[in-house]
Design a protein around this ligand. Structure first.
Ligand code: ATP
Ligand code: LTN
Length: 335
């Protein structure tokens, strides 16, 4: 197949650290299904990344299956894309080691997620948390992905994955594709509803800060009503109005309307009307996800069939890449 005919490879992953938030949905997962027409897509549940912070084993297993079902409920079709659970492809851990030996201590020390998470868990600053971005590079490079759809917070990790790939290629000869970040223009950083200077995050302790994509409509509407905004009441997008601008990005992402149109729509109306409209639009948007999730969770055999097939497909690609990487660095061939 010529280079022109080959579809680009998309790869992304999400940690099973809780029910996905509206931030995960708008910034990442809701886009993943839409990419399936144009690209060859590979998606996974990053359970190996999740254990960089302490997890209850039974809870992790449950959340991993739920996250897998959520990916499908959000529009990823396991017949058209490869959808798998990260720990089922041992090749990622193999590549992780090889790539760790092409990663500098200094560059890992600069990762802001490591700094944030180690500040949040001072009693467990483990080596896995530190080398987390190397495993993420392995996830990506194992499939020679061209594009990686992620939210803004992952840009630095992706930049590091590019550097690792370039360093490996420099040492051993051209091998890995250099991946590019694929970050949305609107919604790449949805912020907390209670502190609009902070990212909306699954692990926030304040339940009002976060919309979870399985929240019931009345809960969603109530959380938006309580969202922190500024004291004037003009619906206008501006850096000095982070709360209202965040709600406008959310409204724009779920309705497809652009910011100037939203400003016109709510001209002369107050924050109360706008917050209600955002809440209703989000609740409508998430309704099919909630219904499909319930249907999938009632059919565990189907989910298992999907993730077992996903693992086989993922291993078939990443196994060849890992074997070649082993050869490149000088290991004696055994397969
Ligand atoms: P945790 O709280 O456990 O760190 P998280 O909510 O940050 O989890 P991840 O699993 O780390 O979620 O991220 C999955 C995807 O969602 C990534 O592509 C990430 O960039 C994106 N994402 C996470 N939070 C947001 C957000 N608030 N706005 C936009 N995109 C986001
Ligand atoms: N680190 C990512 C999750 C993740 C990922 C990946 C994203 C793990 N492996 C590969 C893109 C590609 C995060 O969202 N925290």
């Amino acid at each position: 197949m010529s280079e022109q005919e080959r579809k680009k490879i998309i790869l992304s992953s999400i940690q099973p650290t809780g029910t996905f938030t509206l931030g995960n949905y708008i910034g990442a997962v809701s886009r993943w299904g839409k990419l399936q027409d144009e690209f060859d897509c590979i998606y996974s549940v990053a359970d190996m990344h999740a254990i960089t912070v302490r997890q209850d084993p039974a809870q992790l297993r449950k959340r991993t299956i739920e996250s897998y079902a959520l990916l499908i409920a959000c529009g990823i079709d396991p017949k058209r894309s490869i959808v798998f659970i990260q720990s089922h492809a041992g090749t990622h851990a193999e590549l992780n080691w090889i790539l760790a030996c092409s990663t500098q201590f200094g560059e890992l020390s600069r990762m802001t997620q490591f700094k944030d998470k180690s500040a949040k868990h001072p009693d467990d600053i483990n080596a896995g948390l530190f080398t987390y971005p190397v495993l993420m590079a392995a996830d990506i490079l194992a499939y020679n992905a061209d594009l990686v759809p992620i939210g803004e917070d992952q840009r630095q990790h992706l930049e590091l994955a590019r550097n690792i790939a370039q360093r490996f290629n420099g040492k051993y000869g051209d091998f890995f594709t250099i991946p590019e970040a694929y970050i949305p223009e609107v919604g790449a950083k949805i912020t907390s509803l209670q502190d609009p200077t902070k990212k909306m995050s699954k692990s926030d302790e304040n339940p009002n800060a976060c919309i979870f994509i399985l929240d019931e409509p009345d809960v969603i509407i109530r959380k938006f009503k309580r969202a922190v905004t500024d004291s004037d009441s003009i619906v206008r997008y501006s850096e000095d109005k982070p709360g209202i601008s965040n709600l406008m990005s959310i409204y724009s992402a779920v309705t497809g309307k652009n910011i100037p149109d939203i400003e016109r729509e709510f001209d002369g109306k107050g924050y109360g009307d706008f917050k209600l409209a955002v809440g209703e639009a989000v609740a409508d948007n998430l309704k099919p996800v909630r219904e499909e999730f319930a249907r999938l969770m009632a059919d565990k055999a189907y989910l298992k069939e999907c993730y077992m097939n996903g693992a086989k497909a993922a291993l078939s690609i990443s196994g060849k890449v890992a074997a070649k990487a082993y050869h490149k660095v000088g290991f004696v061939d055994a397969r």
